[in-house]
Write a protein that binds this ligand. Structure first.
Ligand code: RIB
Length: 311
């Protein structure tokens, strides 16, 4: 049976990364360690994660007519991602993210959206015909919110399912909340969206309940080293995090979302899909970079075997 296509709509960035012992205080200059450039952007990272894990992925984005945009598209194509619906902006540069990673693998990220910010509703009209009953669409919030809302409305009208990863955090309109199939915030995003501090499983349970009461169909809250908590079709499901040595947490959430989309699109039951996603994210944090850290399907299978053999 041919795989049904996952449509990822979102940002593409070039990540400029410096490793450092610790983050500087405001106004402070510190000497860091190595610098590297790497393909990033929450949308592109999720598209690559899904493709590496076996998804048939169409990625809709906007890049500038510059070397960063060309390199990003080339890298996506090499991963088998369809980028034929990309918008090339003639007047705005491609998105860039400036990232620092400390000795614990934690990161600070500032994004200059560039052409991502020009992916307005009029620029995605040509994608609308691809949205049909059952189509799975994965989005984040590094493109204009009106585009996210526009696609969500089209999807709801046609019976497609939208997974929204609300990152970076911002408030969401009632119209968006009512039409989301699955919302996947992290602790910080869940706190902003619910007004309660989310820091562990029990606060995540409360936040998930609030989000469902606000209109979202299903919720998965990622809690980093504390795992993930889902409220799916009325049932709470908790998945522990895999124990790994964190080198760089950048894009761990993106890998989780890309993997979750693939597993759900394959019809995996939600507990299996959550385990698959958390194992993929765990592998990603053991490696440097965003797309460079994203695992392939056979790596997850090997990881499963190794960890199960250890039990
Ligand atoms: O989620 C990680 C990503 O956030 C980075 O790749 C960076 O580009 C920003 O979009």
């Amino acid at each position: 049976m041919p795989k049904s296509r996952i449509i990822v709509l979102g940002s593409s960035n070039t990540d400029m990364v410096v490793q450092t012992e610790r983050f500087p205080k405001p106004g402070e200059t510190i000497l860091g360690g190595d610098f590297f450039m790497n393909q990033g952007g929450k949308g592109a990272n999720q598209a690559v994660a899904a493709a590496r894990l076996g998804g048939d992925v169409l990625f809709v984005t906007s890049v500038g007519n510059d070397i960063f945009g060309k390199t990003a598209l080339h890298a996506l194509q090499k991963e088998g991602v369809d980028v034929s619906y990309t918008r090339i902006d003639q007047g705005t540069p491609s998105g860039v993210a400036v990232i620092t990673i400390d000795r614990n693998g934690e990161n600070n990220i500032v994004v200059a959206p560039g052409a991502n910010g020009a992916l307005l509703p009029d620029e995605v009209r040509h994608v609308e015909d691809l949205i049909q009953a059952g189509t799975l669409i994965l989005m984040q919030l590094e493109i204009p919110i009106q585009t996210v809302e526009h696609i969500i409305s089209k999807a709801a009208h046609r019976g497609a399912k939208v997974i929204l990863n609300p990152a970076p955090a911002q408030t969401l309109s009632q119209n968006i909340l009512n039409k989301i199939y699955l919302l996947t915030p992290n602790e910080e995003e869940a706190s902003l969206l619910t007004g309660i501090p989310v820091h562990d499983i029990s606060s995540a349970q409360l936040a998930a309940k609030i989000l469902v009461e606000k209109g979202v169909q299903n919720v998965v809250i990622t809690l980093g080293s504390k795992g993930a908590l889902a409220l799916f079709e009325g049932t709470y499901i908790q998945v522990p995090a895999q124990k790994v040595m964190a080198v760089d947490t950048t894009a761990a959430g993106d890998v989780f979302n890309g993997a979750l989309a693939v597993a759900l699109n394959e019809g995996q039951p939600i507990p299996d899909a959550l385990t698959f996603a958390s194992q993929a994210a765990a592998i990603a944090v053991t490696r440097l970079g965003a797309q460079s850290s994203s695992p392939y399907r056979n790596e997850i299978e090997k990881y499963y075997q190794t960890t199960q053999n250890q039990i």
